[in-house]
Design a protein around this ligand. Structure first.
Ligand code: AHR
Length: 501
C-alpha cells in the first residue's frame, strides 16, 4: 500500500512538475587531468576507411583533414584492428609501383595494393596535427620486424634503416611514441591464451627501443575483450609496470548485447534505442572492474588503460560488400558517444587514451563519404562539443537523476561530466529519455553561461548525403542562474554543452 502511494505520488510529481535532476560538483585539487588522448580516433585497412575514405585517387582528402582538425583529433590508431596482425610494414614503403599487392584476408579478401603505408599515414597525422598510434604485428610478424619498423621510424643515426627512411623522403626521425604490441591477441590477433600472449609481449617489448632524440616509446599491451577480466588479471600480474606504458581494452556496444552485430543503424524503434543505450552505459562497469584489477597490481596508477576500440556496432548497411562494415550513424549513436566520453572523463585517473572505432566509413564513424561527397555524422558533433575537456582538470560530480524506463528495464536518464580550463567550467549533460525534458539543477554560480545543443526530431535521425543535415549543433538558451544554482532544461534525447564563467 505504502509502495503504491509512493509510486502514485512520484507519477503525479512527474506530470505536474516535470522531471528534475541534480548535479553536485566536487572540485578537488587532487582530481586528475582529462588526457586529450581520450578523444582519439582509429583508422584500419577495412572497407572504405582508408581507400576511398581518407585516401582517394592516391591523395589524402583535404576535406576530411579539415574536419578532423576542427575537432582537434589528438591521436589516430593505425593500421588495425585485426589488419595489424597481418600487416608487414615493408610492403608499404618505397616507390608505390613496386609495392606488393597482398590480400586483406580479414576484411573481405580484397586486394591491398599498399599505396597507403607508413609515410602516407604519418603525413595524414601531420596534416591533422595528431599523434600517430601504431599497432605492431605480433600475430604473423617477428620481434625483429617490429624492432626494425621502430628503428626505421625513430632513429636519427646513420643506420641502414634510418638512411632508407631518408631515401624515402623523410630526413628527420618521425618521433613515434604510442606503440601497440599486437591487437586482440585473444582473437583475430592469434587466438592466444593470456599466458602465451604475456610471454610474447615481453619478448617483443624487449626489442622495442627508444631512440636518442625520439620520445620515450609508450609500449601498449594488447588488452582484454569486454568483460574478460582474467585477461587483465594475467597481464597485470605478469608484466611489471616498468615494462608497459599501458594496457588496452576493447568494448563495443552491441544491440541486444551479443555477437554478431545486429540491428539497423537507422531503421529502429525504441526497443533497439534502449538496448543500444543500456549496453553502451555498461562501459562504466567494464572500465571500473578492469581498473580495480589494475589498482591491485599498480595502486599508483602508473599504467594507463587505453580503450582503444569502442563504439556502437550494428549490422552493416544493406548492399555493401561482405565484411566492409559500413554503418550509418544516428542521433542514438551521438548520445552513446557523449555518454561514453562522459564515462571516460570521469575515469580520467586511469583511462588516458581511447579510440572511436572507426573514424571514416566504418562502424561508429564521425565522417562518411560517397564519392567526392562528405557528411559529418551526429557523432562528429559530439567530439566537436566535448573537445573543451581535452587536457582540462576533471571536476568529479554526483548526479541524482530520474530513471528512463522501457519494457520493465531502466537506465539513468541523465549522465554528465565536467572540467575546468582557462577559467571556464565546461559541463556535458546527456538526456537519454526519448520523450521527456529534464530540468537539471547544478550547484554552480557565475557571471555568464553559454550553451550548445545537439538533438534532432527523431531518435534515429541521421545526416544523409545530398540532404540538409537533420542532426547538427544549435545554440542552447535554456540555462540560467536561479537561487544560487544553475538551472537548465534539457530537451529529450539531447546533448547539452555548457560553458560557465
Ligand atoms: O573495428 C573493427 C574490428 O573490431 C577490429 O579490426 C578488431 O580489432 C575488432 O574486433
Amino acid at each position: 500500500m505504502r509502495h503504491s502511494l509512493l509510486l502514485l505520488f512520484t507519477l503525479i510529481s512527474v506530470v505536474v512538475f516535470g522531471q528534475e535532476a541534480e548535479v553536485a560538483l566536487q572540485a578537488k585539487a587532487e582530481a586528475p587531468t582529462i588526457s586529450k588522448h581520450i578523444y582519439g580516433q582509429f583508422a584500419e585497412h577495412l572497407g572504405r576507411s582508408i581507400y576511398d575514405g581518407f585516401y582517394r585517387n592516391v591523395k589524402i582528402r583535404e576535406d576530411i583533414v579539415l574536419a578532423l582538425k576542427k575537432i582537434q583529433v589528438p591521436n589516430l590508431r593505425w593500421p588495425g584492428g585485426c589488419f595489424a596482425d597481418e600487416y608487414h610494414w615493408r610492403d608499404g614503403i618505397g616507390a608505390k609501383a613496386k609495392r606488393p599487392v597482398r590480400i586483406n584476408t580479414t576484411w573481405g579478401m580484397v586486394e591491398e595494393n599498399n599505396s597507403f603505408g607508413t609515410h602516407e599515414f604519418l603525413e595524414l597525422c601531420e596534416k591533422i596535427g595528431c599523434e600517430p598510434y601504431f599497432a605492431g604485428n605480433v600475430g604473423t610478424g617477428t620481434p625483429l620486424e617490429m624492432a626494425n619498423w621502430i628503428e626505421y621510424l625513430n632513429s636519427d643515426s646513420k643506420s641502414t634503416l634510418a638512411n632508407e627512411r631518408r631515401k624515402n623522403g623523410h630526413p628527420e626521425p618521425f618521433g613515434v611514441s604510442f606503440w601497440g604490441v599486437g591487437n586482440e591477441s585473444w582473437g583475430c590477433g592469434g587466438d592466444m591464451t593470456p599466458e602465451h600472449y604475456v610471454d610474447l609481449y615481453k619478448q617483443y617489448a624487449s626489442f622495442c627501443e627508444t631512440y636518442p632524440g625520439s620520445p620515450k616509446l609508450k609500449k601498449i599491451v594488447s588488452g582484454a575483450n569486454s568483460e574478460d577480466y582474467n585477461w587483465t588479471e594475467v597481464c597485470m600480474k605478469n608484466i611489471h609496470w616498468s615494462q608497459m606504458w599501458g594496457l588496452s581494452l576493447h568494448y563495443y556496444t552491441l544491440i541486444k548485447g551479443h555477437w554478431p552485430p545486429s540491428g539497423s543503424a537507422t531503421s529502429f524503434g525504441e526497443d533497439e534505442y534502449f538496448s543500444g543505450l543500456k549496453n553502451a552505459l555498461k562501459m562504466e562497469e567494464v572500465v571500473s572492474k578492469h581498473s580495480a584489477i589494475m589498482d591491485k597490481y599498480d595502486p599508483q596508477k602508473k599504467v594507463a588503460l587505453l580503450v582503444d576500440e569502442w563504439g556502437i556496432w550494428t549490422a552493416q548497411e544493406p548492399g555493401q560488400p561482405k565484411d566492409w562494415l559500413f554503418q550509418q550513424n544516428s542521433l542514438r549513436d551521438a548520445l552513446i558517444a557523449a555518454s561514453t566520453l562522459n564515462i571516460f572523463n570521469n575515469h580520467a585517473d586511469r583511462v588516458r587514451v581511447a579510440n572511436l572505432a572507426q573514424t571514416v566509413n566504418v562502424i561508429h564513424s564521425v565522417i562518411l563519404t560517397k564519392g567526392e561527397q562528405m557528411e559529418l555524422t551526429p557523432s562528429y558533433y559530439v567530439f566537436d562539443l566535448m573537445k573543451v575537456h581535452q587536457d582540462a582538470k576533471l571536476i568529479p560530480l554526483t548526479i541524482n537523476a530520474p530513471d528512463y524506463y522501457y519494457n520493465g528495464e531502466s537506465i539513468k536518464a541523465v549522465n554528465a561530466s565536467a572540467s575546468i580550463k582557462d577559467g571556464a567550467t565546461n559541463i556535458t549533460l546527456v538526456n537519454l529519455d526519448p520523450v521527456k525534458e529534464i530540468t537539471i539543477y547544478i550547484d554552480l554560480n557565475g557571471s555568464s553561461i553559454s550553451g550548445q545543443l545537439l538533438t534532432a526530431p527523431k531518435i534515429n535521425s541521421f545526416n544523409d548525403f545530398g540532404k540538409m543535415p537533420e542532426v547538427k549543433l544549435a545554440a542552447f538558451n535554456a540555462a540560467k542562474f536561479e537561487n544560487g544554482k544553475l538551472k537548465a532544461v534539457l530537451p529529450p534525447k539531447s546533448v547539452v554543452q555548457l560553458a560557465v564563467k
